[in-house]
Design a protein around this ligand. Sequence first.
Ligand code: BES
Ligand code: MN
Ligand code: ZN
Length: 512
Amino acid sequence: MRTEISFAPPAGIATELLTVLAADAQTEKGNGTKPAPAVLTTDPAIQAATAAVLSTGEFKAGANETLLLHTPAGLAAKRLLIVGLGKTAKITIHSIRNAAGTAVRFAKPRGIRELALALPSSERLLDAIVPVEGATRAALEGAFIGDFDPDTYRSDRKDQSIQSFTLVVPASADRTAIEAAAAEGVILGESQNFARSLVNEPGNKLTPTILGQRAAQMAQQVGLDWEVHSTEKLKELKMGAFWSVAQGSAEPPALIVLRYTPEGVTEGPILGLVGKGITFDTGGISIKPADNMDKMKYDMAGGAAMIAAMRAVALLKPKVRVIAVVCAAENMPSGTAQKPGDVQTAMPLAPDKPGKTIEIINTDAEGRLVLADGLTYARQLGATHLIDAATLTGAISTALGKLTAGGFANDEAAWAKFEAVLRTTGEKFWRMPLGDEYAELIKSDIGDIKNTGGRYGGAITAAEFLHVFAEDTPWIHLDIAGTAWVEETRPFVAKGPSGIAVRSILEWVRGF
Ligand code: BES
Ligand code: MN
Ligand code: ZN
């Protein structure tokens, strides 16, 4: 998708589809309120073109509600699309991101390949919601996110991607700042879509080896240092927890390491991004039921988020060192698979810090095993701050549903830093508790810890398992099991892989 920024008056823009935004200003009526949709523009031609239809009450400017007008009088555009932002008091930067996605997804099935979206036309209107730079970035993110469809394997696929997207900003806006914000929006949108394209790949097409190749290819393109290792290196590093999952599969594991070192930065924090890269999770010997097992191709969504975030890091060049470690493997039942009751020894952090022993209770709790060694490795490589992302537990969806992901942290400052980015990124994470009482639940009689903590609080005991390996390095754990796959189409995003966490991880990195 090509993108352009225009500072011209929207009425004069010759395009297949001009999108304007509208809000519901709500007026008092009797005991309640009545919708009062208003187009967010000061342009008299657009006001005139929309006046009649707005007065009918058939369009209420609800969030992502759309209304299309053909050959609007007085406008150079062939079509005028009004997208609602919802009630004025509730409009945020996310409303703009979603509205841009809605406009793109409105155009796609209609064969429209080119569109423009006008931000609210005066900075006064816009400032009430969000500064124009933030709106610019969000609109471009939303346009890219909306343009994505997981249809690569459909023979009847008609490529309906948008070829050109023009964002129209107020003439008074600062050109340099707007262009920088737009460039960020493009990088974020494209990186999130890169994660989604990886997550969409089925297990037979995206093995651990191929995930490693895709990461390496991306790293080469954007100038990151990279290494992809396999079985031998796992053995050399004594990654007994990671290997215990990989050992059951005919597909070799991949230990993917991506490194970003900004020029001249030799001290300060090193951020460690650790991702779960299970390219298919059958459950292993503790095999999963058949229903919905197909979905377990997305069990590498945390790893994909880290790889994609590194792409954005490489392109946006923050002044902080970042290392990503993605542990990719397939969790299979076989003659070589690990068994419940087995005892595994995790990677030692240092020669004088032997690896912890893990009693395997359930081979389906494999994510925490690969992450245990991933976290240790990131620390060994010098990470001073850790963040991991994983489709770790079904229990997180029981707790938070499918709209909000879980966040855990062993450090108040680390969480505060992460939480602060959510206002910009629009991603929903809710902090879950950790605590010694929960840690008690994963003590083992046979070894140091066991890999499940019983029936209740499953997302928390899983996080406590990871905590054993993060120790007191400031650490954030994101459980994205409930949010990595969108089950229902929404006006601004296709159903399928969501690409959750990419934007927030990137923004978190930039906070250092
Ligand atoms: N990959 C699953 C978690 C998952 C479930 C992700 C649903 C996405 C959607 C994970 O490896 C798993 O199987 N977890 C088990 C842990 C249990 C055995 C302690 C679970 O959540 O049931
Ligand atoms: Mn599992
Ligand atoms: Zn899993």
